[in-house]
Design a protein around this ligand. Structure first.
Ligand code: 26Y
Length: 824
């Protein structure tokens, strides 16, 4: 049977070519003589996909046969990027495929470029989920991802007249060879309606029942996830909404056929589009609908799989671990309690113990504006039975707290799931903590901060053991081997092959070559080649020509005030003013030629973030066309930053900026990507920058700025009107206000935020220290050989930041699961 099963597999170039041709002629119904890059991409992908399906099936059979515990990673975002190159790398058939398509008259590079990014996420949180899913497969963990199959991913960003404009990202335009529609898996999900009390005919006891008002179907689409160096293939299941075949017969009978159908069609809107907010909460009903739709379908699927094992319910947590990626899936806590009590008839306390042992919750932010709170009315209308359960969960919890801490009203009101405001809100983070056995932050500093700030009262209630840290990581397959094949190959040549890609601590072995001038020269040449590639991207997307010998200084990430792109651009303006004020002859001795590179999307409704983009572009148009300046300074904004552009940008940086106000960036993961690719970083003592410093050493990172512990006091000073704007920043503001970078009106609010509205992100407090650090960068960059040494030593010490290490920590400390490898 297994033999027949693998009938579509190929193992050599000829085998691949015949599969390719078969797909062109049958799947695509085209001729091999009329085959463009798109068709070649589809034929290649379908050939690889056939291979994956074989191993996907074997892996799933194995997990079922061995009856193992599985981990389910619930994330509303999976920022996967492209799949083809990743699959070729993980299956270790990239060279084979390159040869084959070459023989067929194509170039693999061109074929790879055709694939649209799967951009079903906003930023760090979604990309983390994608790295984790890769590491789960690579580490042979029985793990599934559950998400939503949005028809539109994060919008595509255009820059029009210096401003961001949004265009829809219809990524499924040419269909998607990487998904397997499971049209037979259709799970009905209820919304609205009302609750009643009914008598259980078996027990005679009365119980609650939810009578839903609207039903929508969840259809499964499976994305096979290959691991590296293993034939295990895990599953990422994404739900798509569609109407039920039922429709409103009453309306139908009343003759309103059109309206009845139209209402059904609206079902599809649930999974139509990803919400483009990052770290900012807005209470939209459709978003809550997305959350429940996804959670209900996923839990139904998980529970169904458990029931097939015929085990008693109290073994559920021995078979199932569910990780909540932020609070977005917190309804799962309520839904599982509902399934166990209302539908399976378990006693409340028995059910609740199962729930708590099943879930873990990962927090990704301490910022108040990103914490989800759903208005009670909205929640109760959409999910009437769930609201009752939330109240019951809260009641039992508060009774426990009251017993432990009698008469502490302050404590009760702060830990309560219900915020007693007008209108009342449900605090999803509180619910997630109460419903989980472990809560983790995503970097050491962040995990400390959540215990000291937003969740301090929960530490009081539960003790601190419930709270733990798992520092984020990234997959070296995509972020080194795929993004930077040149560097990956050089490293492989020194470390005896590519084994380091799933044992990243082996990078340490590079340190012994740091004093080898030949090695350093090769290292530097690869960086230059990558910068040349980045320069080409800059030219093609912005029209600006940059010199790859300049220092490439990059800040790419979502545009957000807390990430402080404004600090960066103010620093660039300062540099420009200084350059202009320096006599021509002295300029090159005082300043290193620099390209200041920005990229990132602003949430469509985030006015200040959009203003920052405009300022960057305005500064760019002035500086780039200033004949006095030439190569000494260029400023570019690369439009539509996404995963595939990051794969070009990260390897091409000399320096990248991770300069959030201390205490605001939970971890950051692009910091890791840049350093892993041989770039140095300038950054604040925030998030994972702290641990990167610990690993690579203080000499190899440019830290600046106030510390998290001082932020509160500084903000207080500002509010007391005791602000001090350093002279350098005053000069920058004067230049902007004078109209040197276009109409100053639109930038006024940006400057006023710093000058008159409390400077919440402490730009004025950190500005001088930032300039100092930048000065040091210039000095160090001139010492070319030392810079390369720093680069090598940094990469050698990045082993800790592999997402494989994260997954091992989660598996051991939170999920209690073991790897299981399919033997071929
Ligand atoms: C409430 C809702 C609108 C919402 C949507 C998206 C809230 C938050 C987010 C996304 C958050 C996010 O991406 N957080 C980032 O998570 C990364 C992975 O842990 C961290 O590295 C990064 O510091 C953090 O900002």
């Amino acid at each position: 049977i297994w033999k027949r099963y693998g009938a579509n597999e190929f193992s050599d170039v000829d085998g691949f070519e015949s599969q390719f041709v078969k797909h062109v002629e049958t799947t695509l119904a085209r001729s091999i003589y009329n085959c463009d890059n798109l068709a070649a991409y589809q034929a290649t992908s379908n050939s690889i996909r056939d291979k994956l399906i074989v191993h996907w099936n074997k892996t799933q059979h194995l997990h079922t046969a061995k009856d193992v515990k599985r981990i389910y990673y619930l994330s509303l975002e999976f920022l996967m990027g492209r799949a083809l190159d990743n699959a070729l790398i993980n299956l270790e058939i990239r060279d084979l495929a390159a040869t084959a398509v070459d023989e067929l008259g194509f170039r693999l590079e061109d074929i790879l470029e055709v694939e649209p990014d799967a951009a079903l996420g906003n930023g760090g949180l979604g990309r983390l989920a994608a790295c984790f899913i890769d590491s789960l497969s690579t580490g042979n963990y029985p793990g599934w991802g559950y998400g939503l199959r949005y028809q539109y991913g994060i919008f595509s960003q255009k820059i029009v007249d210096g401003y961001q404009a949004e265009a829809p990202d219809y990524w499924l335009r040419f269909s998607n060879p990487w998904e397997l529609p499971r049209l037979e898996i259709q799970i009905p999900v209820d919304f609205y309606g009302y609750t009643t009390t009914v008598k259980d005919p078996q027990t005679g006891k009365s119980k609650k029942q939810w009578n839903g008002g609207e039903q929508i179907l969840a259809v499964a689409y499976d994305f096979p996830i290959p691991g590296y160096g293993t034939s295990n293939v895990n599953n990422l299941r994404m739900w798509s909404s569609k109407p039920t075949t039922e429709f409103d017969f009453q309306k139908f009978n009343e003759g309103d056929y059109q309206d009845s159908l139209a209402q059904q069609q609206r079902a599809e809107s649930i999974t139509a589009v990803l919400y483009p907010n990052d770290n900012f909460y807005k209470g939209k009903e459709l978003r809550l609908k997305q959350q429940y739709f996804w959670v209900a379908a996923s839990l139904h699927d998980i529970v169904r799989r458990f029931i097939k094992t015929k085990r008693p319910w109290d073994q559920f947590p021995d078979q199932v671990a569910i990780q909540l990626n932020d609070t977005h899936p917190t309804l799962a806590v309520v839904e599982l309690q509902r399934i166990l009590t209302d539908l399976q008839g378990l006693e409340w306390d028995v059910a609740w113990s199962i729930v708590q042992r099943t879930f873990g919750y990962t927090n990704h932010t301490v910022m108040a504006e990103a914490l989800e709170k759903w208005p009670v009315d909205l929640f109760g209308t959409l999910l009437p039975r769930h609201l009752e359960i939330v109240y019951d969960i809260n009641l039992a919890f508060l009774q426990m707290v009251e017993k432990k801490f009698p008469n502490d009203r302050g404590l009760l009101s702060s830990v309560s799931v219900i915020e007693e405001s007008q209108p009342k809100n449900i605090r999803m983070a509180n619910l997630a903590i109460i419903g989980s056995h472990r809560v983790n932050g995503v970097a050491e500093l962040h995990s400390q901060l959540i215990k000291q700030t937003i969740f301090s009262d929960f530490v009081k209630v539960y003790g601190s053991d419930k709270f733990t840290n798992v520092t984020n990581g990234i997959t070296p397959r995509r972020w080194l081997r795929q993004a930077n094949p040149g560097l990956a190959a050089l490293i492989a040549s020194k470390l005896g092959g590519y084994g380091y890609l799933n044992d990243l601590n082996k990078l340490k072995g590079l340190e012994q070559f740091v004093e080898d001038p030949g090695f350093r020269a090769e290292w530097a040449a690869i960086k230059t080649a990558n910068k040349t590639k980045l320069a080409a991207l800059i030219a093609s997307t912005t029209g600006v020509t940059v010199n790859p010998n300049s220092l490439f200084d990059v800040q790419v990430k979502r545009i957000h005030e807390y990430k402080r792109q404004q600090l960066n651009i103010f620093g660039v303006i300062w540099r420009y003013l200084q350059l202009k004020a320096t006599p021509k002859a002295e300029r090159t001795t005082k300043f290193v030629p620099k390209v200041s590179i920005f990229g990132g999307k602003a949430a469509p409704g985030y006015y200040t973030a959009k203003t920052i983009i405009k300022l960057v572009n305005s500064v760019g148009s002035v500086v780039n066309s200033d004949p006095e300046i030439g190569d000494l300074l260029k400023v570019v904004f690369i439009p539509d930053y996404n995963v595939s552009k990051a794969e070009v940008i990260c390897p091409g940086s000399d320096l990248s900026e991770h300069i959030s106000t201390a205490g605001t960036e939970a971890s950051g993961t692009s910091n890791m990507k840049f350093v892993l690719n041989g770039g140095l970083i300038i950054g604040t003592v925030d998030g994972a920058n702290v641990e990167i410093t610990r690993e690579v050493g203080e000499d190899n990172i440019f830290l600046f700025g106030n510390l998290a512990e001082d932020v509160e006091d500084l903000r207080h000073e500002h509010h007391m009107g005791r602000s001090h704007i350093p002279d350098s920043l005053v000069q920058v503001f004067d230049a902007i206000s004078s109209g040197q970078f276009g109409t100053p009106d639109e930038f006024q609010s940006l400057l006023d935020g710093v000058r008159f509205h409390g400077d919440h992100y402490l730009v004025s407090d950190d500005f001088e220290s930032y300039l100092e650090a930048q000065k040091l960068v210039d000095e160090e960059f001139r010492k070319k050989e030392d810079w390369v040494r720093k680069s090598i030593i940094s990469v050698a010490n990045m082993g800790f930041f592999s997402s494989d290490r994260c997954i091992e920590e989660y598996a051991e400390n939170i999920w209690n699961i073991e790897p299981l490898e399919e033997k071929v």
